[in-house]
Design a protein around this ligand. Structure first.
Ligand SMILES: Cc1cc2nc3c(=O)[nH]c(=O)nc-3n(C[C@H](O)[C@H](O)[C@H](O)COP(=O)(O)OP(=O)(O)OC[C@H]3O[C@@H](n4cnc5c(N)ncnc54)[C@H](O)[C@@H]3O)c2cc1C
Length: 323
């Protein structure tokens, strides 16, 4: 017969075998959230405040932290993907009617202590599942979000705002979909790089979308409202970059101008991230893909800027849907 001590040790061993090592948290996880409030910011933009017990475990690492949001499926049901980590597989198994559409958004604010997360939605009509949901949303609506897990110890990624420590000049360019990220970047600049000159160009649909943003005294904030400027989407951003942006002199930045390859924005997302050698100049540019492509061509081919100083992201493509 075993002694109590050896029995305890045998049992402990058995238990360990049964339970195994606790699973390490993965970088991202699925969060259940419920719509708590809608705050109108301007004619084209509204803040959606989501809450839920899970949000206590959400994490954000930078002002442009991206998340995936699942919206109600075509049959009108709220998303109910499993939270055991197998949501991708489960989603693949669903038919078109019951599969929750997924779109990319930015965490505008995370208040983990009160279990709330804010996402600013562009209201562009009932032409896509995200904007359609936002247009008709009711308090209490349930969605699901994939976001970084606070319990994860490494860097989960999912953000491109990584300013060089010795940053000396920043150019920010974006349309209304990039406004939530740019607003956060400006706040970060005011806190952490208050003396660094920032030039920001933000194209929005309506003059009344030019909302108050927190900026450092070293920031030159330029709004580009399309209703006043009478241009198509992206034209004002390009024109502003060509005519008003303070760019470094080419000889200071021997860019890779030869043979700049185009990105097929009808098939893939334009996504190029800066890897600067120095902090002399950094640009963060996001918005409609064709507009960002034109700005990319101008900065690299026409002005010879170093690609490594530029973060260029197509946040959406006019006339197309990417799930
Ligand atoms: C990293 C990242 C972060 C983003 N963050 C935000 C954010 O914080 N807030 C935000 O509002 N958007 C954000 N976006 C953009 C958002 O993902 C797209 O606008 C998305 O297409 C909206 O989905 P939808 O279901 O409304 O439309 P979709 O089903 O994708 O598209 C339906 C139609 O609407 C058009 N369309 C899509 N977006 C717009 C638009 N903004 N204006 C006019 N027409 C449009 C499409 O071209 C298409 O013709 C982000 C995108 C990325 C990649």
């Amino acid at each position: 017969m075993s002694s109590p001590a050896s029995l305890a040790s045998a049992l402990g061993h058995g238990l360990r075998k049964l339970v195994g090592k606790p699973a390490k948290p993965s970088a991202y996880r699925l969060f259940d959230v419920q719509l708590k409030a809608i705050i109108a910011l301007s004619p084209s933009l509204a803040r959606y405040v989501f809450s839920g017990d899970d949000v206590a475990q959400m994490h954000t690492l930078a002002a442009d932290q991206r998340i995936k949001i699942f919206f109600p499926s075509a049959d009108g049901q709220p998303p109910r993907l499993p939270k055991d980590g197998a949501w991708q597989q489960a989603r693949r198994g669903l038919d078109a009617l019951s599969c929750p559409p997924m779109r990319t958004y930015t965490i505008r604010n995370l208040r983990r202590e009160v279990r709330e997360v804010d996402v600013d939605f562009v209201l562009h009509g009932v032409n896509g599942p995200a904007s359609a949901w936002a247009t008709r949303a009711c308090i209490g609506d349930r969605l699901q979000i994939v976001a970084p897990d606070f319990a994860f110890e490494g860097d989960p990624g999912g953000y491109e705002w990584r300013p060089p420590k010795d940053l000396r000049s920043l150019l920010l360019v974006g349309d209304e979909t990039a406004l939530p990220a740019i607003a956060g970047i400006l706040e970060h600049m005011a806190l952490a790089y208050a003396d660094v000159p920032v030039q920001a160009f933000i194209e929005v649909p309506d003059e009344q979308d030019c909302i108050d943003l927190t900026c450092s005294a070293a920031t030159e904030l330029n709004w580009l409202p399309r209703d006043l400027l009478n241009g198509d989407h992206g034209e004002a951003m390009l024109q502003a970059v060509c005519e008003l942006a303070r760019l470094p002199r080419v000889q200071d930045h021997p860019g890779c101008t030869a043979g700049l390859e185009d990105v097929d924005i009808e098939q893939q997302i334009l996504w190029e991230c800066a890897a600067p050698d120095s902090g002399e100049f950094h640009a963060w540019i996001a918005g409609e893909s064709a507009a960002v492509m034109r700005i990319r061509r101008y900065l690299i081919t026409d002005r010879g800027l170093d690609r490594k100083a530029l973060t260029l992201m197509g946040y959406w493509r006019a006339g197309r849907t990417f799930d």
